[in-house]
Ligand binder design. Structure first.
Ligand code: PEP
Ligand code: MN
Length: 338
């Protein structure tokens, strides 16, 4: 249920209704919009309290939430959420550009990439220190040493750091170094991890699982939001299909679909989404045209020698070309690279 307060409802009336919702055994989730405040009332048997809440002071109406996700839905918060984390701004008219290596391999590789992507106009640095690899024999990441390298790169370039956290027990450690905690595709439904990143307070980039539906993605985001963290970005990185000419199938229709259903910003990752360097730039531009609020692009000084995902990484020159093309498309669709 959503308790929609009248325009001009007083802070006392809002507080009173939050307490009423909680006294009924429901979880209250107030959202203070520019136009008006709404209070999402979440819990079992919530509809039976509808009438009693409707008579509360300052209440305009009480409406059921139809979507299975509540706090993530547009019904609860019509205006788009803008997520800010250091140099990165994502959402509404702001197009965030997150770029960097798949894995942090060493100081030189990471710092030189950070410098190059910043010079080309990126607004955040990505890089994995904890790597989810299909094979236990593949490079697993430098872990805390990698996090320190990322923090050094931020120190030098001013770029916000986006990096993956794979386990609930690592959230505090990764949170000490990162500006944005990335939850990877394989972990989208790791609910303990989602709760922990929700409590940590840093912005979260939640990647879609390769077999997850839109509803499952939004319900996963709901775990983070319910833990008290409103700064969630969804990341479309695509699903596994029968098609074999790409690593995954990039379903860009999810961008406008998600914008209809949720206020959360949508970032697209055409690097994992295609799995081929030569497809990344044009799919990045297509994502911006589809309304993406951000892009995440893998960039490496020498993709051929990368310890992970070199076959889908851009070199510095290719990234510069991507930025030039995306800037033009962003201009055309009314977005600015923040
Ligand atoms: C990554 O961003 O490097 C990564 C491992 O992504 P995904 O979780 O989408 O596979
Ligand atoms: Mn990768």
């Amino acid at each position: 249920m959503i308790v929609v307060m009248k325009k001009g409802a007083t802070p006392q009336q809002i507080q009173h209704m939050i307490e009423r919702v909680e006294a009924l055994g429901l979880k209250s989730h107030p959202i203070y919009g520019t136009e008006r405040t709404v209070i999402a009332a979440i819990g079992e048997k919530r509809d039976e309290h509808r009438q009693s809440l409707e008579s509360g002071p300052g209440v305009a109406e009480v409406v059921p939430i139809l979507a299975p996700y509540k706090v993530a839905s547009r019904e609860v918060k019509p205006e788009p959420t803008v997520v800010r984390a250091g140099s990165l701004t994502v959402g509404n008219c702001n197009l965030g550009m997150i770029a960097g290596p798949c894995s942090v391999e060493n100081q030189e590789q990471t710092i030189s990439t950070a410098r190059a992507v910043k010079a080309a106009g990126a607004t955040a640095l990505r890089g994995g220190a904890f790597k989810p690899r299909t094979s236990p024999y593949s490079f697993q990441g430098l872990k805390e040493e990698g996090l320190k390298i990322l923090a050094d790169a931020r120190e030098e370039t001013g770029l916000a750091v986006v990096t993956e956290v794979m386990a609930a027990t690592d959230v505090a450690l990764v949170g000490r170094y990162a500006d944005v905690l990335q939850v990877g595709a394989r972990n989208m439904q790791n609910y303990r991890l989602l709760e922990e990143v929700g409590k940590e307070g840093k912005a979260v980039l939640l990647k879609r699982g390769p077999s997850a539906t839109m509803d499952e993605l939004l319900l996963a985001a709901e775990y983070v939001l319910n833990a008290g963290n409103p700064n969630v970005m969804l990341c479309e990185r695509d699903i596994r299909t029968f098609e074999s000419h790409v690593r995954f199938s990039l379903t860009l229709s999810s961008v406008p679909y998600l914008h209809e259903r949720t206020h959360l910003p949508v970032v697209v990752d055409p690097s994992h989404g295609t799995g081929h360097t030569n497809l990344v730039t044009r799919m990045a531009a297509a994502a911006v045209a589809a309304g993406a609020d951000g892009l995440m692009i893998e960039v490496h000084p020498d993709p051929e020698t990368a310890l992970s995902d070199g076959y889908q990484s851009l070199n510095f020159k290719q990234f510069e070309e991507l930025m030039q093309l995306c800037r033009k498309v962003a201009d055309a669709v009314g977005k600015k690279i923040a």
